[in-house]
Design a protein around this ligand. Structure first.
Ligand code: CTP
Ligand code: CA
Length: 223
């Protein structure tokens, strides 16, 4: 059938996926985070496992069950996600898919004790986190590397920029400004771009969309 890709097309492939948000601690009880349910990443992990791949899912804090036959590594912060990802990529993998909503910044300092409001106004200095997907794409044993871009405007322009600047093989974009898509929704729509081509995957259940995306990835990866 048109929506079922070649049976077990990813047998023998090691697919690595980041998913969910990261948390950047200020003190023992507070953190900065991003909006992310992890649902799209988990759906992709499930689709890849069903296509026969060995799947490693590097996950920030989400409340989702681990899909069948998926090896899950739990992390909290962006630096932990970076370290876990690099360890897996150093060991070798074939396809890397970055669905995580990584916090772009972390507090410059982590207070050992709870910050007390009696101390007055609080000024935070934030420092940039490393770009995980760009680092993977620059790795000497570079896997086929796919990024995501959730944008609220000029979706394709920004996505094209990410494809080029991060030297990705593919970028899956969604417009998160509209209703019924992205974030906590069970549905999503994606426009997938690569050098010299694109495909629109219309609004569908995330699990169905994940199959379509994995099929596109498998086709481009095997070229
Ligand atoms: N990403 C990553 N590591 C980061 C930040 C982002 O791996 N520190 C990945 C995301 O998982 C996603 C892609 O980069 O696959 C694009 O993330 P996005 O937040 O859209 O882009 P940024 O490069 O962070 O730019 P900005 O947030 O300013 O749009
Ligand atoms: Ca970002």
């Amino acid at each position: 059938a048109a929506d079922m890709f070649e049976h077990r097309a990813l047998t023998g492939c090691h697919v690595v996926i980041t998913a969910g948000p990261t948390r950047e601690a200020l003190d023992p009880v507070r953190y900065i985070t991003n909006q992310s349910s992890g649902k799209m990443g988990y759906a992709i992990a499930e689709a890849a496992a069903e296509a026969g791949a060995r799947v490693t899912l590097i996950s920030g804090p989400v409340s989702l069950p681990t899909p069948n036959r998926v090896h899950r590594i739990d992390v909290i912060s962006a630096l932990e996600m970076y370290d876990a990802t690099m360890a897996v990529v150093d060991a070798g993998c074939d396809i890397f898919i970055a669905t995580a909503a990584v916090a772009d910044y972390r507090p410059a300092e982590l207070s050992e004790h709870k910050i007390k409001k009696a101390d007055g106004d609080l000024v935070l200095t934030l420092v940039k986190n490393p770009d995980i997907v760009a680092t993977v794409a620059a790795h000497p044993q570079r896997p086929f590397t796919v990024g995501f871009a959730a944008e609220t405007r000029d979706v394709l322009t920004y996505a094209q920029g990410k494809l080029e600047n991060k030297r990705l093989d593919m970028v899956a974009t969604n417009d998160v400004s509209g209703p019924n898509v992205g974030f906590n929704s069970d549905n999503n729509a994606l426009t997938v771009i690569w050098q010299g081509g694109h495909k629109v995957l219309p609004l569908a259940a995330k699990r169905q969309l994940a199959n379509q995306l994995m099929e596109l990835i498998a086709i481009r990866y095997k070229r």
